[in-house]
Design a protein around this ligand. Structure first.
Ligand code: F0G
Length: 456
């Protein structure tokens, strides 16, 4: 591409209005929500960057496929299309649909983990961690050291530390039932993992005879980063790269709400026959028959079509560029973010921006709330509220205190992003005024979703 402007590779022919509110409206709404943006009514949000999960816009082809779905309980044509597409992409033998990613995680971990075991990953996402901890096993993060430092530059900051993984497997291999790698590394800033690193994990898994699973939610974004950043990969298609990524693993969990370009759905795919059988048995108990797994036939169609569209080059070029564009604007204005910009989101470094707010007073919550109050933008804390509570009930600072601005796929135009940049820069300018929060009530697990706060 020798033209500088990367355009949205689509036209819009169906629109959804957004609602403008006043600061007064937003103060009332956030107070009613216990100062937790998860508890807001989405209607009261102007630009919603809470998540890129299930929030994308579907294509005309996806809607068309949905209209032609087969809703048979067992053996529906839509399942076989879904299975064909997933197999073509991943190469895995068994394709088990689930209602979303965490259902795949629960089924995998509940059928394979025992108390006291350890599951390593670059960084576990919150649901992955919670599904491991609920089995009384340990979720261990082994991202490379650069992956823990927001300003550190590295083309593949999501890489797992192979040396530490080797030590873990040699010292405690008997306690490790499987190795996981998350692509891209969501909790660490949407950062990619290189093919070289995935090959390294494969080699270690061969050496210690361990199965290797990908948490593949954003596999296509990861493949694009490999294409543009890794030596010798520029001439390959994103799909070829993705196929190689999957070929190195023995299975994957997938949330189709991200790179499936669907509003709901996921799957567990794997090669091991015995593991697949226990997974299907649990699936029938909690999700549904193995040819629908808790999804409608039309969901399976939307995912099958989405998985084909997500690896298209014009889409991925636009997708990654639009995230980078926001990152560049913020960086130019001196707002601290995780560098370099990730695939699906920009992560503001709230700990650095608000040094007056200690981690246990939740700088991420302070910043996320201010962005909503001032400009109607909803981001999400990825920090001490999300990751600071240990299974034994002790609280400690999370690895970082971030506010993630996740960009829904194919939803917002460049002017929305310009508005977001202007808003963040303005809020960052008034940083000295911001104060921390304390929690007034919280559930025992995954507290960030429903906790209530009070301003200090
Ligand atoms: N793994 C990763 C890396 C994720 O980002 C998510 C979800 C999941 C697993 C679980 O998938 O939501 O379909 O059950 N992440 C969303 C987010 C919720 O906002 O980042 P799910």
């Amino acid at each position: 591409m020798d033209f500088r402007t990367v355009i949205e590779p689509f036209r819009i022919r169906s629109v959804e209005s957004v609602k403008f509110t006043t600061r007064e409206d937003r103060v009332a709404a956030l107070r009613a929500a216990g100062f937790n943006v998860f508890r807001l009514h989405a209607e009261d949000v102007l630009i919603d960057l809470l998540t890129d999960s299930g929030t994308g816009a579907m294509s005309a082809q996806q809607w068309a496929a949905m209209m032609q779905s087969d809703e048979s309980y067992a053996g529906s044509r839509s399942f076989y299309r879904f299975e064909r597409v997933v197999r073509d992409l991943t190469g895995f033998t068994h394709v088990i649909p689930t209602h979303q990613g965490r259902a795949a995680e629960r089924i995998l971990f509940h059928t394979t983990l025992h108390p006291g075991q350890i599951v390593p990953n670059n960084n576990h996402f919150d649901t992955t961690r919670a599904n491991i901890e609920v089995e009384e096993a340990e979720a261990l993060d082994l991202v490379i050291p650069e992956g823990r430092v927001p300003r550190a530059l590295h083309p593949f900051k999501g890489n797992i530390d192979l040396e530490r993984l080797d030590h873990l497997l040699s010292d405690h291999g008997d306690r490790v039932p499987l190795v996981m790698v998350t692509v891209t590394n969501n909790s660490g800033g949407g950062q990619p993992v290189s093919l070289e690193n995935l090959h390294g994990v494969r080699d270690l898994c061969d050496k210690y005879e361990k199965p290797f699973f990908l948490d593949a939610c954003r596999f296509a974004e990861n493949a694009w980063f490999i294409k543009v950043r890794e030596d010798g990969q520029g001439g390959r298609t994103p799909k070829e790269i993705a196929q190689e990524m999957f070929s190195l693993a023995d299975g994957c969990t997938m949330s189709a709400k991200k790179d499936g370009l669907a509003n709901i759905g996921g799957f567990l795919a794997l090669n091991d026959n015995a593991w697949a059988e226990s997974a299907r048995n649990l699936l029938i108990l909690t999700e549904g028959f193995p040819t629908y797994g808790g999804l409608a036939g039309y969901d399976l169609e939307a995912i099958a079509q989405g998985l084909e569209e997500v690896v298209e080059e014009p889409y991925l070029r636009y997708r990654i560029r639009s995230t980078e564009y926001l990152g560049e604007k913020l960086t130019a204005a001196g707002v601290p973010i995780i560098q370099p910009p990730g695939g699906h989101a920009i992560y503001l470094d709230a700990r650095e921006l608000l040094p007056q707010v200690p981690p246990t007073q939740y700088p991420g919550i302070a910043l996320a709330n201010e962005l909503y109050l001032e400009k109607g933008i909803r981001g999400v804390e990825i920090g001490t509220v999300m990751f600071g509570m240990r299974p034994d009930g002790r609280e400690q600072p999370g690895p970082m205190d971030l506010v993630r601005l996740a960009i829904p796929r194919r939803v917002y135009a460049q002017s929305h992003i310009d508005y977001v940049a202007e808003a963040v820069i303005q809020v960052a300018g008034g940083r000295d005024r911001l104060r921390g929060y304390r929690i007034t009530s919280a559930p025992r697990v995954l507290r960030h979703f429903t906790a209530m706060f009070e301003a200090l």
